[in-house]
Design a protein around this ligand. Structure first.
Ligand code: ADP
Ligand code: MG
Length: 257
């Protein structure tokens, strides 16, 4: 019998993306001629100084924003608006404060296909995956910052999106929690096999997690450099090659500070 091949999911193609905002009669070129290809299952990090268009880029891929020029396709299909094929997590968790962890995650499945039992099983699976077992009935205000972000990640992953978009999701956490969640993110990525795009201001975080780091320049926001992270996993922060790469990228970013 012929083997059934699952079609590759989660490949992104951005071609010649530009987006200008008009603020009080002034033009703010947030992105100019950005082209980027991301392969199925790849983990790509985006770093760059504040205001270089990182969030705008993610919002365009999420379909929350429309480009002035250029095209965005996911698995060959043009992105025309938000949808279940892209999950997104922001720096603040944006959970609904009156719903429990379980209900917040379940809400993301409400509009999707499948029987209720399968959806409940998916919620339980995700709660275990992000390490929130025992907190199913907790309300968002009863959670620590790290736990809230775990719940937000579970919610984003609930409909099994081929692409996970992360806009500085660990940026507001203390360094110990952040390091732990970086390990968790790797485990989640390996389990769920989604394509991940992570915006971070932390070069070390980018190098621990990503197979490729996109460095952006500001005014107008554009891709300055793509750095392949050819370091063995798990990444060792103290390894010479890691430190050298971190210093090179950080020096570039500090030129804008
Ligand atoms: P980053 O995430 O890299 O800090 P952003 O994508 O948030 O950058 O913003 C890029 C530029 O576009 C900034 O100059 C910002 O002020 C501007 N900008 C972003 N969103 C809007 C908006 N909705 N209206 C007007 N200007 C915006
Ligand atoms: Mg931003």
């Amino acid at each position: 019998m012929a083997e059934t091949l699952t079609p590759a999911r989660g490949a992104l193609a951005l071609r010649g993306i530009s987006r200008t905002f008009h603020v009080g009669g002034r033009e703010v070129p947030a992105l100019a001629d950005v082209s980027l290809s991301v392969a199925t299952g790849e983990f790509v990090a985006i770093v760059g100084p504040s205001g270089c268009g990182k969030s705008t880029l993610l919002r365009l891929i999420a379909g929350l924003e429309v480009p002035d020029h250029g095209s965005i396709a996911l698995d060959g299909v043009p992105v025309t608006g938000p949808g279940l094929t892209r999950g997104i997590v922001f720096q603040d968790h944006r959970l609904l404060p009156w719903l429990t962890v379980e209900k917040n995650i379940a809400l993301a499945l409400r509009r999707g296909p499948g029987p209720d039992a399968a959806k409940a099983a998916r919620v339980a699976e995700l709660i275990a995956l992000v390490g929130l077992s025992g907190f199913e009935q907790a309300l968002p205000h009863q959670l620590s910052g790290g736990m809230s972000q775990r719940a937000a990640i579970a919610r984003a992953l609930a409909p099994r999106p081929p692409v996970l978009l992360l806009d500085e999701p660990l940026g507001a956490l203390d360094s110990l929690t952040r390091t732990r969640l970086q390990d968790e993110l790797l485990r989640i990525w390996e389990t769920e096999r989604t394509t991940v795009l992570l915006i971070t201001h932390d070069v070390e975080e980018a190098l621990v997690l990503a197979s490729r780091v996109i460095v952006m320049d500001p005014r107008p926001g554009r891709i300055a450099e793509e750095v392949a992270v050819d370091l063995p996993r798990p990444r060792r922060r103290e390894a010479m090659a890691f430190v050298t790469l971190r210093q090179r990228i950080a020096a570039r970013l500090h030129a804008y500070a």
